[in-house]
Design a protein around this ligand. Sequence first.
Ligand code: ZN
Length: 100
Amino acid sequence: MITFACDRCQKKIDSKQELRFVVSVEVEAAMDFDEEDRPDHEYLNELQELLESLDTVDCAEISDKAYQKKSYDLCEQCCQEYLKNPLAIEHAAPMGCSNN
Ligand SMILES: [Zn+2]
């Protein structure tokens, strides 16, 4: 029998007793080149500069940052917590909403 552990709270998840949730996160760098608004040669110059700058850094590191896909096993409770705040924003309550 395969047992899973929650990646957030480390609790063992017994799939016969409770639901296991898999959260898949896909992060990719957005390339927002505005090709229509600029002459071709300008675009090529920028591309050339970009390629030259890449020579000096670790290409594997760049591609790690440009695209990442991860998946996590979560117990039901942690899944609910994750969905409340998927971006892990520290201040959950919006400012100025107090009734006092
Ligand atoms: Zn958990």
